[in-house]
Design a binder for this molecule. Structure first.
Ligand code: ADP
Ligand code: ZN
Length: 704
């Protein structure tokens, strides 16, 4: 068995993380023992590490079956950024490209290969030539026709176990229900699998429900406090996505619509812009998100009520995958509810759909901790209130609403239980509109008895009365409001009714925001974000592939100004330190010089290296002595040289090489990062040489 210490150092070195998340280490251990495993984790729970880390420890290759090409590309980019050799094979590639990858696989140059189930056949001839150590099946619920993402090609995957009986299979999904789980086990022929089910709690997501009054204004106000922070707004209809995107654009926000009716090209363009932080907001139908791995989505808004809690939870789950605090807001409207009821009752499985919608509505109307309700829906019982939902932060207050209830319920009787909610409110408020006069309602008793209460407040109170069961909406009869037998108790038996105080202003959560990581312009975070964006552009990968938001936040807090300090940041592994360390350290130092902030007292790492160098030690000896990598020492020397120390850098790089680097710098238009150089030289020039060469060139330029 591999020790926990080795697993931890493998995690830090290759992925930059200090600690495993829940179940990751346990899952990795069962796989390393060769056991089939089923891992159920919520979105953002950290499924990928569960096969990526064992892949590095196994002698052979790991095959990852994944349903979406866009996801594969992201994962492969992320792995490469961490210095791990990976590729994907799919039908969009040319035959030559495929052949190239396959040759690399045969030559054992690749640790992980991603492939869609439909494309497994491309690998068929290779199977006998290679050693397969692990098969990971991502989004394994796609195998089940019970589920919502059924993919027929997944059902063919059962043959893998027969073909590779001793290779462990790891099935991963975020769908927890029992029927799907059994389907996965059976159809994949898993042998006595170890099953791990993680908690579905995503503590970093705040939960809030607001009444849908003036939604657009509320949304614009909200986004204005979220400079540069990506978010998704889910809408029920395609039309709404387009209209909303237009309104937001008019308000000066970069927003785009996304729905299945748009051309494929436009859709993938929007998706790319969002992933690459060029478009801040996407207004989307539920078609958006499945193929998105973006870890720094900071907020998700539901413009309309979702159809069920599964969908809602999956959609808000796209926020905050990096673990940082992220906000979610659901707008609840009575109109949406009516429309959804109609859809549900007309569709397939009407009864189930209606029941699910009802649970969704109960969640939205909740008067106790929302997270408890969500988790209990997924079968998790929690006893503590979460402290991160609107109810916990702003507990509802009640008042004696008996008189209000009596007025409303008698109005319903006077109107012969034949009018929908808006007419009842108009009637209560003594409105003089055409409809009221046409029906001569102004002559009935109780007309105008509720004039002192605003229209919006009546709306809320009536919905509360519906939720309390005193009246109900007849969905099949033009949404007329009818009384239930309970109403009698209020009208004739003096039953007291407790109503919930209506919150006038939308809770602003000011306190929370200041505690949390608020983006301030001109902050260190902003300059690091900018640097990350530049590097991402150069390398043509999404920004979060370079470093996650959470890594940048930690850099902002800890201000690492040397490589030893930088490597302590969660998310900085060896490869990233090498590729990006310099640029980020420089940016942090420059920021502090600029702001005249005294740097934190850190170790005098450069001085230590310099002293040893001056004693005549070689970089290898210094590295040995200081327990650092040789490349780190050489980069220290390059930095010391740039700062004016007398160091003979020419011993590390030849004049020809410097000339080549200089030519590359011109060709590449002086990129910020070292990676473009590395790629330019087709990985044949080491990072140390590039770094040293650049230091020499910079000095020469300054002298001239
Ligand atoms: P999932 O596939 O379960 O939705 P991912 O594997 O994409 O989740 O991981 C979500 C995010 O969490 C990624 O940004 C990943 O880098 C990060 N992550 C995963 N494991 C850890 C860990 N042990 N420590 C810190 N961050 C982690
Ligand atoms: Zn709560």
């Amino acid at each position: 068995m591999i020790s926990s210490q080795i697993l931890h150092s493998c995690l830090k070195e290759n992925f930059g993380f200090e600690k495993f998340r829940t179940n990751q280490e346990e899952i990795i251990n069962t796989i390393l023992r060769g056991q089939d495993t089923l891992a159920i984790m919520p979105t953002g729970g950290g499924k990928s590490i569960c096969f990526q880390l064992p892949a590095l420890l196994f002698p052979g290759i790991t095959i990852v079956i994944s349903p979406l090409i866009a996801l594969m590309k992201d994962q492969v980019d992320s792995l490469k950024a961490n210095g791990i050799s990976a590729c994907y094979i799919n039908s969009t590639q040319s035959e030559k490209e495929q052949q190239n990858h396959i040759q690399n696989i045969i030559d054992k140059k690749i640790k992980l290969v991603y492939v869609a189930p439909e494309s497994l056949s491309y690998l068929e001839n290779t199977f006998t030539l290679i050693e397969i150590s692990l098969i990971a099946i991502d989004e394994a619920h796609c195998i089940s026709s019970w589920g919502h993402d059924f993919r027929p090609a997944y059902t063919n995957l059962g043959y893998l176990k027969n073909r590779f009986p001793t290779t462990p299979i790891l099935a991963l999904t975020a769908t927890a229900d029992k029927a799907t789980r059994e389907d996965i086990n059976n159809q994949l022929n898993l042998k006595n699998p170890a099953v791990f089910i993680s908690s579905f709690d995503r503590k970093n997501l705040s939960l809030e429900v607001r009444p849908a009054l003036d939604r657009v204004k509320q949304i614009i106000d909200f986004i204005e406090t979220k400079t540069n922070e990506s978010g998704i707004i889910y809408c029920l209809s395609r039309k709404t996505t387009e209209e909303l995107a237009e309104k937001l654009t008019k308000a000066g926000i970069t927003a785009k619509a996304y729905h299945a009716g748009l051309e494929t090209e436009l859709r993938s363009k929007t998706q790319d812009e969002f992933i690459n932080d060029k478009c801040q907001v996407v207004c989307a139908t539920i078609a958006f998100g499945m193929g998105i791995d973006k870890s720094n989505v900071r907020w998700v808004i539901h413009y309309n009520l979702p159809k069920n809690i599964e969908g809602y939870y999956q959609e808000i789950g796209r926020a905050g995958r990096d673990g940082l605090p992220s906000e979610t807001i659901l707008f609840e409207s009575y109109g949406d509810l009516i429309q959804l009821q109609k859809f549900a009752s007309q569709g397939q499985n009407a009864e189930i759909q209606l029941a699910k919608l009802d649970r969704m509505k109960q969640y939205a109307d909740a008067l106790s901790c929302r997270r408890k309700i969500l988790l209990s829906y997924f079968g998790e019982i929690v006893t503590e209130n979460c402290g991160n939902c609107d109810i916990c932060n702003n507990p509802p207050a009640f008042f004696d609403g008996t008189i209000l209830a009596q007025k409303a319920l008698s109005a319903i009787i006077r109107l012969k239980e034949s009018e929908p909610l808006p007419v009842i409110i108009d009637f209560l408020r003594g409105s003089k509109n055409a409809y009221i006069y046409e029906k001569e309602y102004q002559n009935l008793k109780t007309y105008g008895v509720g004039i002192e209460t605003s229209w919006q407040d009546w709306n809320q109170y009536l919905i509360q009365l519906i939720n309390l069961g005193y009246c109900e909406i007849a969905f099949h009869q033009q949404n007329k409001i009818r009384l239930t037998p309970l109403a009698k108790k209020v009208l004739f038996e003096n039953e007291k009714v407790q109503l919930n105080t209506i919150k006038k202003s939308v809770p602003k959560q000011v306190e929370q925001e200041t505690n949390k990581t608020k983006t301030v312009k001109n902050s260190l975070f902003e300059s690091l974000r900018k640097l990350r964006y530049e590097i991402a552009q150069e390398e043509e990968v999404p920004a979060y592939v370079i470093f996650s938001d959470s890594a940048l936040r930690q850099m902002e807090i800890n201000r690492p100004m040397s490589e030893e300090e930088l490597i302590t940041i969660d998310g900085v592994g060896k490869a990233k330190l090498e590729k990006y360390g310099d640029a980020f350290i420089k940016a942090i130092i420059a920021f502090h010089k600029d702001k005249k902030v005294k740097p934190k007292k850190g170790s005098n790492t450069y001085k230590e290296t310099l002293a040893l160098y001056q004693e005549g030690l070689t970089p290898e000896e210094i590295a040995e002595k200081r327990k650092l990598g040789v490349s780190t020492i050489i980069s220290h020397l390059a930095k010391l040289y740039s700062d004016g120390a007398s160091i003979d850098l020419k011993q590390f790089v030849s004049n020809e090489e410097v000339a080549l680097i200089s030519a590359a710098a011109i060709q590449l238009e002086k990129p910020t990062a070292l990676k473009p150089f590395f790629d330019y030289f087709e990985e044949k020039m080491s990072y140390e040489k590039i770094r040293v060469g650049l230091a020499i060139i910079e000095k020469e330029e300054n002298v001239m």
